[in-house]
Write a protein that binds this ligand. Structure first.
Ligand code: C2O
Ligand code: CU
Ligand code: CU
Length: 457
């Protein structure tokens, strides 16, 4: 396999990451501009000290001078062109979580590209087919790189106005830091063998117990993104406000009441509409009984608006269930915590009897399944463990159609939280050729075996 567009970058130290609007696009694009109406970003990953714990510095790693990373925005159907510059002391990549894109833009080391070394840059460019809330993160040394803050939101706006006049993006992340802001281990085998190694300090947009001011009386689109390594949030709210769910992960649903709580695994997103209460009132954003932050109503001038209609569906091919081939995927625990070799993560989990080895660059040469381009498949996902696993597929979205544990209103997604001992069916049209990673998004599950490659050809 040959890899392209990785270049050495000289003399750019100190360059500040800038988001460039449509007008300035060509200035930063050294290749042939594909579409002048696109949005360009020059995105730098670099160390950045952040104050997560008051009075203390945490040596984070940041995209575009912030951790979580700079918000990227692009309109559906347009090109996203990012010149990614690595000023970290380690090699890395960017993976665009949930975006259906060509394999060479997928950011998986040794599968879609070579890692970007310190001092190098890589041009990512692809068209975004679907509107919704997505995110980006490295796919190299993920426990540490994501753990140190290399996670950022990627918002794809609908082609036409949606009827929402206000919007807020809430990035959830728990940091692995102690009381003085020093990093704790990102992955401990004993924890990786269970729920994953949890961070201790919860944040919204990098702030512990953040308060987000929103206009009173208005209906606000609130996007909540779980950018955490391991935490599954039991998202719920306390306060006097009507809320409706408009999208799960990247895809719209028929709007419905938010309900009691929503289990949001790592990598998952929700899009809510919140009718903000009168000025001065607050809504607590909670994980189970724990307050993560607050939405506060502040006086607003604008007249109250009505609930927007459902968001337009994304152009995802409908699987042909009558003619779909069925494939089984069993997720198992095989923990041998004591059996660890120096410098190599233990092998704790497997899919269909095979544990992915993140230190072996050839794993993707042995895909766990080969799908025929254009054909429909039903993937039967069977969780044989006592832990939840947010199962994620690169390159294609899938439709969740059934579960033995709960009632499913079918919807398209890229990440499905497979509950303890749950058996679920998801369906897709194998319409994107490539080698696509299929893994649990609890990062230390992924790094200790719970990953595989699926080939579409
Ligand atoms: Cu967020 Cu391999 O993915
Ligand atoms: Cu992904
Ligand atoms: Cu898992």
């Amino acid at each position: 396999m040959s890899f392209s567009r990785r270049r050495f970058l000289g003399g750019l130290a100190g360059v500040v990451a800038v988001g460039v609007g449509a007008g300035g696009a060509a200035r930063y694009w050294l290749g042939t501009p594909v579409d002048q109406a696109g949005v360009d970003y020059q995105l730098i990953a670099a160390p950045l000290d952040v104050e997560l714990v008051a009075g203390h510095q945490t040596p984070a790693w940041a995209f575009g001078g912030s951790a979580p990373g700079q918000e990227l925005r692009v309109r559906q159907g347009e090109w996203l062109r990012v010149r990614f510059i690595n000023q970290l002391p380690v090699e890395t990549t960017i993976h665009w979580h949930g975006i259906r894109l060509p394999l060479d833009m997928d950011g998986v080391p040794y599968v879609s590209q070579l890692p970007v070394k310190p001092g190098e840059y890589f041009d990512y460019r692809f068209r975004v087919p679907d509107a919704g809330s997505y995110w980006y993160h490295p796919h190299v040394a993920s426990s540490e790189e994501l753990g140190r803050g290399l996670v950022g939101p990627l918002i794809v706006e609908e082609r036409e106005p949606t009827g929402f006049a206000h919007e807020a993006v809430l990035n959830l992340k728990n940091w692995h830091v102690d009381e003085e802001g020093a990093f704790l281990p990102f992955s401990i085998p004993r924890e990786a063998a269970r729920n994953g190694t949890l961070g201790r300090l919860s944040t919204i947009n990098g702030v512990h117990r953040a308060t987000i001011n929103l206009p009173a009386g208005q209906i606000v689109r609130v996007r909540i993104l779980n950018l955490d390594n391991t935490a599954t949030y039991r998202l719920n709210f306390r306060g006097d406000a009507e809320m409706r769910l408009y999208a799960l992960d990247g895809n719209p649903i028929e709007p419905r009441a938010f309900g009691k709580d929503y289990w949001m695994g790592p990598g998952m997103r929700v899009c809510l509409a919140v009718k903000m209460p009168p000025a001065g009132e607050e809504i607590a954003i909670r994980d189970g009984p724990v307050r993560l932050g607050t939405l506060r109503s502040v006086p607003a001038e604008a007249a109250a608006t009505d609930w927007p209609p459902a968001l337009p569906a994304n152009p995802i091919a409908e699987p042909d269930l009558a003619n779909a081939e069925k494939l089984n995927f069993n997720f198992e625990w095989v923990g041998e915590v004591s059996d660890t070799t120096e410098g190599k993560p233990p092998s704790l989990w497997q899919i269909n009897g095979i544990a992915w080895d993140i230190t072996d660059k050839t794993c993707a040469d042995r895909p766990i399944a080969k799908l025929q381009l254009g054909k429909s498949y039903v993937l039967e996902l069977k969780n044989m463990t006592q832990y939840q696993h947010p199962i994620h597929l690169h390159g294609m979205s899938f439709k969740v159609i059934a579960s033995n544990r709960r009632k499913i209103v079918p919807y398209f997604t890229d990440t499905f939280l497979l509950g303890k001992n749950e058996r679920a069916q998801v369906a897709l049209v194998a319409d994107n050729p490539g080698i696509w990673m299929f893994h649990c998004h609890v990062i230390d599950h992924m790094e200790t075996g719970l990953m595989a490659a699926i080939e579409v050809a």
